[in-house]
Design a protein around this ligand. Sequence first.
Ligand SMILES: NC(=O)c1ccc[n+]([C@@H]2O[C@H](COP(=O)([O-])OP(=O)(O)OC[C@H]3O[C@@H](n4cnc5c(N)ncnc54)[C@H](O)[C@@H]3O)[C@@H](O)[C@H]2O)c1
Length: 267
Amino acid sequence: MTDTPSGSPLRDRFSGQVAIVTGAAQGIGFATAKVLAEQGATVVVADIDAKRAESVAAAFNEQGFSSHAHAIDIADEAAVAALADETAMRYERIDILAHLAAIYPFFPYSLDDLSLSDWRRVQEVNLDATFLLARAVLPHMRRRGYGRIVNTSSISVDTVGAPGLATYTASKAGVIGFTRVLAHEAGMDGITANVVMPGLIETDHVNSMLDSPAATAAFFDQHLTRQCVKRRGQPQDIAHCVAYLASPEAGFVTGQTINVGGGYSFA
Ligand SMILES: NC(=O)c1ccc[n+]([C@@H]2O[C@H](COP(=O)([O-])OP(=O)(O)OC[C@H]3O[C@@H](n4cnc5c(N)ncnc54)[C@H](O)[C@@H]3O)[C@@H](O)[C@H]2O)c1
């Protein structure tokens, strides 16, 4: 699938705008960064994987887009503040925070075996960082009276829950509650805040979680029996929803959670 076909009226959608995209070194974050760059945004490729982030930004610049890499652990409060401040200093604006980075480790099924430190690391990266990032970009968005924040939840919150995903699911439920409050507090300053809720998406990470290609195929096949759309979800499916929520035309949409899961569930 091409992301933004040449000649598309969307090519200048984000012209002159600056977007911080977390988790942009791979998977859905990468696809989102690419769509935003193709549609005219200057993109800060923010990721803990410094090497990959550098090569993504370099590839974008080679393609004629505007981008730079920023290595960061988004759970680090000072580093998040520096990300926002350095971006604003460099470009004099932050229009978009597209926050896709997260970790989703499967811990032993029994909650009895889940350590507090494992629980806390997932909350730090998935939930605490969502707060830190929003708090860091808000003053820069308020200064210009405009901003779009898109956070990421998961269909695991919306369905029946899954054994092994307790800390992940709790963190992703927290993202939804947090974003609703954020929408209230930022709305008066021209800033919207929404959540994209991906269904099962075929990323390298998802493909590598199971033991074999056959196991991966069986996992997707089983998922597809319940999906309305009978194909595997792709990173671009999420990226285009994020791009809409990040766009000027989505200015009357805020505090919402958009389920992009091919109709696996309907909330
Ligand atoms: N893939 C799916 O099926 C699926 C389903 C539901 C929700 N999601 C959500 O979508 C988002 C992207 O998922 P994905 O499959 O592309 O994940 P992924 O693992 O492929 O990519 C995550 C990216 O985040 C980065 N990252 C991890 N920890 C970080 C940290 N502490 N600081 C900075 N960067 C960090 C990684 O280096 C990586 O580049 C996540 O929020 C995930 O929870 C994915």
